[in-house]
Ligand binder design. Structure first.
Ligand SMILES: CC(C)[C@H](C(=O)O)[C@@H](O)C(=O)O
Ligand code: SF4
Length: 478
C-alpha cells in the first residue's frame, strides 16, 4: 500500500498513502516490507502504557510529541466513590503509575474525577481530537472505534506504544481492504449494534483478518456518529485491523465546535480535504460483503465469542446441527459454559444482571435509548442493572436531560464513567454463574468476572431485558 498515484484508491489507502514516511520496499523474494507510517494521535490509558514509559526512561528518551499524546484513566477505575483512594492495590498502582508517567513525560491526562475523564475511545471523539484522515493509535484493541470518523485507527501492542512515544511513527505491514456494504433501512428497534453483531456472525471472528473494513451503503450513511462508532468499535471482533466509514455531513456536524476541531478558515480547508477522502468510484476492494439492513432484527449472542450470535427470535442452537466440526465443538463448549440447552427460545433465557455502558454503547444516544424504554417502568425483581456512562461528559449531559433520574427511578444503579463491567479489571464484576445482558463487545469466558456469563446486546435489548427479566426486545414489553 505505498504511493499509488493515478490508481483509484479506497478511503483506507488514501489515509495510509498520505502518512507514509518511508515506503517499505519489496525484497528479492517479493515479500513486502512494512511502511513507516506517521501517527497523528496517540491515545494512552493505564493498562498498556507502564512498560512503554519504562522503556523510554531506560533508553533516556523523551516523548517525541507530547502534544499529540493524550491519556485518560478508564479500565481500573471504580465507578462509585471515585473521590476516595482506589481500594484494590493493583488498580491503585496502575493509576498512580500513569499519573507519575504523564507528569514526567509531559502528557495531558484526564484523571478520575476530572470533568473530561472517561473511556479512551469516548474521550477522543468527544474532544474533537479524532478527525477524518488521521492515523490514530492506542494500546487498546477497540481503537477501531475512531474509524467512524474516516480515520485509520488501530490498536497496538505495548512495544509499539513505546515506538510511537519515541518516534511518532510506526512500522506497519500492508493491509487488505474489505467493503461491507449495508443497504436498505434498519427496521424500528433494530440498531447499529444488531447490525455489527449480525456482520460478525456472518463473516466470523476471523473474517476480517488482515483487512481494513470499510462500512458503506445507504444504511451506514443514515447512522449517527454514535451508531457509526458502535459499528467500527466491533471491527476488531471480526479480527480486522481497523474499521472505517467515510466522513460526511454527519461527521462534520458532530465535530464542529468541539475543543480540538479546526476553526474558521482552518475548518473550511479541513472539510475540503476530508471530502476528498471517499473511496474512488472504481477502486477495487480485496473482498466485498453485502448486507440488507431491512432483513435485520435484534441480535443477541448465545456463546462465548462475538460471532456466536443469532436473532433474538431464534432458539439456542444445537451443536449437532453445525456442520463444521470445529465450530460444532466450539458451540458445545460455549453452551456448557453458558449453561444453555439447545432448542430453548432465546427470549426465555433468564438474566440477573444488565450492564449498559462501555466504549461500544456508553454514549449519550445509547443512554437516551435506554431511558426511553425505562421511563415509567421498573427493572424486574432481583435484577441488578448498571448504567455506566462512557465519560463524565456523557454523564453530565445525561444528568442535564434528566436521564439519571429515570435510571434511578427504574431501580438501576447510575454510575460514574469507566470501563466498568465490560471487563473484570475493577470492582464491577459478575459473580460465578451470574448471567448478564451487556451492551459491551466481548462475551469471552470470564470477561465480566470469573464464571460470569455474557450475552452481547444493544442498549434497547438491554433495557427491555432488565424490565422483563429474560432476553427481550422493547416490542416484548406491554
Ligand atoms: C486492557 C486492554 C489492553 C484491552 C484491549 O486491548 O482491548 C481492553 O480494553 C479490552 O477491551 O479487552
Ligand atoms: S470499555 Fe471495554 S472494550 Fe472499551 S476499552 Fe474499556 S475494557 Fe476495552
Amino acid at each position: 500500500m505505498t504511493q499509488s498515484a493515478g490508481k483509484p484508491r479506497t478511503l483506507a489507502e488514501k489515509v495510509w498513502d498520505s502518512h507514509v514516511v518511508v515506503p517499505g520496499e519489496a525484497d528479492a523474494s517479493g515479500n513486502y516490507n512494512p511502511d513507516l507510517i506517521y501517527i497523528d494521535l496517540h491515545l494512552v490509558h493505564e493498562v498498556t502504557s507502564p512498560q512503554a514509559f519504562d522503556g523510554l526512561r531506560m533508553a533516556g528518551r523523551k516523548l517525541r510529541r507530547p502534544d499529540l499524546t493524550i491519556a485518560t484513566e478508564d479500565h481500573n477505575v471504580p465507578t462509585v466513590d471515585i473521590f476516595s483512594p482506589i481500594a484494590d492495590q493493583v488498580s491503585a498502582l496502575q493509576v498512580e503509575t500513569l499519573r507519575r508517567n504523564c507528569e514526567e513525560f509531559g502528557v495531558g491526562l484526564y484523571p478520575m474525577g476530572d470533568a473530561e475523564q472517561g473511556i479512551v475511545h469516548v474521550v477522543g471523539p468527544q474532544l474533537g481530537l479524532t478527525q477524518p484522515g488521521m492515523t490514530v493509535v492506542c494500546g487498546d484493541s477497540h481503537t477501531s472505534t475512531h474509524g467512524a470518523f474516516g480515520a485509520l485507527a488501530m490498536g497496538i501492542g505495548t512495544s509499539e506504544v513505546e515506538h510511537v512515544m519515541a518516534t511518532q511513527t510506526l512500522s506497519l505491514r500492508p493491509f487488505k481492504t474489505m467493503a461491507i456494504t449495508v443497504d436498505g433501512e434498519l427496521p424500528p428497534g433494530v440498531t447499529s449494534k444488531d447490525l455489527i453483531l449480525a456482520v460478525i456472525a456472518q463473516i466470523g471472528t476471523g473474517g476480517g483478518q488482515g483487512h481494513v473494513l470499510e462500512y458503506r451503503g445507504s444504511a451506514i450513511e443514515k447512522l449517527s456518529m454514535e451508531a457509526r462508532m458502535t459499528v467500527c468499535n466491533m471491527s476488531i471482533e471480526a479480527g480486522a485491523r481497523a474499521g472505517m466509514i467515510a466522513p460526511d455531513a454527519t461527521t462534520y456536524e458532530f465535530l464542529k465546535g468541539r475543543p480540538h476541531a479546526p476553526q474558521g478558515e482552518d475548518w473550511d480547508a479541513a472539510v475540503e480535504y476530508w471530502n476528498s477522502l471517499r473511496t474512488d468510484d472504481d477502486a477495487v476492494f480485496d473482498r466485498e460483503v453485502h448486507i440488507n439492513a431491512s432483513e435485520l432484527t435484534p441480535f443477541v449472542t448465545w456463546g462465548t465469542n462475538p460471532g456466536q450470535g443469532l436473532p433474538l427470535g431464534a432458539n439456542v442452537p444445537d451443536p449437532a446441527d453445525i456442520v463444521d466440526e470445529t465450530e460444532s465443538l466450539a458451540a458445545a463448549r460455549a453452551l456448557e459454559y453458558m449453561d444453555l440447552t439447545p432448542g430453548t427460545p432465546l427470549r426465555e433465557v433468564k438474566v440477573d444482571t444488565v450492564f449498559v455502558g462501555s466504549c461500544t454503547n456508553g454514549r449519550i444516544e445509547d443512554l437516551r435509548a435506554v431511558a426511553g424504554i425505562l421511563k415509567g417502568r421498573t427493572v424486574a425483581d432481583g435484577m441488578r442493572m448498571l448504567v455506566v456512562p462512557g465519560s463524565m461528559k456523557v454523564r453530565a449531559q445525561a444528568e442535564e436531560e434528566g436521564l439519571g433520574e429515570i435510571f434511578t427511578a427504574a431501580g438501576a444503579e447510575w454510575r460514574m464513567a469507566g470501563c466498568s463491567m465490560c471487563l473484570g479489571m475493577n470492582p464491577d464484576q459478575l459473580a460465578p454463574g451470574e448471567r448478564c445482558a451487556s451492551t459491551s463487545n466481548r462475551n469471552f469466558e470470564g470477561r465480566q468476572g470469573k464464571g460470569g456469563r455474557t450475552h452481547l446486546v444493544s442498549p434497547e435489548v438491554a433495557a427491555a431485558t432488565a424490565v422483563r427479566g429474560t432476553l427481550a426486545a422493547p416490542a416484548d414489553l406491554d
